[in-house]
Design a protein around this ligand. Structure first.
Ligand SMILES: *Cc1c(COP(=O)(O)O)cnc(C)c1O
Length: 251
């Protein structure tokens, strides 16, 4: 690892940790209630090693092929302490691959993914490819669809409609190989503010906890809006570019 890159990652990680501390201060929250996930997509395995050495062991990835290859490159001691969060869109035919390296999938957004992930996690457990059930979050679409043309699925941000959350939750709870942890969202591109959108997500989370009291995680907030997410009660922040810098090409 090149020293300059190591210094850069340390500085950026410190900056993000300070932002979280300040946001917690303002919101009267305890920073220990918040998990920072460094989203390392498009960045090499060496960056993951460096982050792990800085105590940043929760990482996020969004593409199966890239993530699987990178995780398998890691030295065993670093791999052992890493928590891998899959935050990208899940293609059903990738479920078997994802469950081999992911501890958590943040992006369960449709009913057909439940049996795909449930079966894949069950066989990975049986085969000894994983040692604990797969944690899942239901991704919720916070874009208010009546607003404008940018509001449809082509916005690419994905997520189930809020009304679908109870059915998805019931489906997940039927699989012993899955653990329902809560909800996830990406702030909408247009319309309401991130703060208002994340408040709405917190409300959806409260609704979910009535039937699934253990499902308390709220995954919200990225480099540009983590303060809004902290203010609205997020428990998990997914921060990429503010830590890793701009993405390299390709992959
Ligand atoms: C890339 C990504 C992030 C991180 O975004 P930044 O703006 O780089 O912090 C967070 N969540 C998801 C779902 C992502 O795909």
């Amino acid at each position: 690892m090149n020293a300059t890159r190591a210094d850069q990652l340390r500085q950026r990680l410190d900056q993000v940790r300070s932002r979280i501390a300040r946001a917690c201060d303002e919101a009267g929250r305890d920073p220990s209630q918040i998990t920072l996930i460094a989203v390392t997509k498009y960045h090499p395995a060496g960056d993951i090693c460096e982050l792990a050495q800085l105590g940043q062991t929760a990482i996020g990835e969004s593409r199966d092929q890239e993530a699987g290859a990178k995780v398998s490159e890691l030295p065993a001691d670093i791999r052992a302490e890493l928590q891998v969060h899959f935050v990208g869109q899940v293609q059903r035919n990738k479920a078997r691959s994802i469950v081999r390296y992911a501890d958590v999938v943040h992006s369960l957004d449709r009913a057909r993914l439940v049996p795909a992930l449930g079966k894949a996690a069950a066989s990975a457990l049986e085969a000894g490819e994983r040692t604990s059930p797969l944690s899942v979050l239901i991704q919720v679409n916070l874009q208010e669809s009546e607003n404008d043309a940018g509001a449809d699925a082509s916005s690419g941000r994905g997520g189930a409609e809020p009304e679908q959350v109870p059915d998805l939750a019931r489906a997940v709870l039927q699989w012993p190989s899955l653990v329902l942890r809560g909800v996830m969202a990406v702030a909408p591109l247009t319309g309401q503010s991130s703060r208002a959108a994340f408040e709405r997500l917190a409300e959806i989370s409260r609704g979910l906890q009535q039937s699934a009291p253990e499902a308390r995680w709220i995954s919200a907030g990225m480099s540009g809006d983590l303060e809004d997410a902290v203010a609205a009660g997020a428990t998990h922040l997914r921060v990429g570019s503010a830590i890793l810098g701009s993405r390299t090409q390709g992959r």
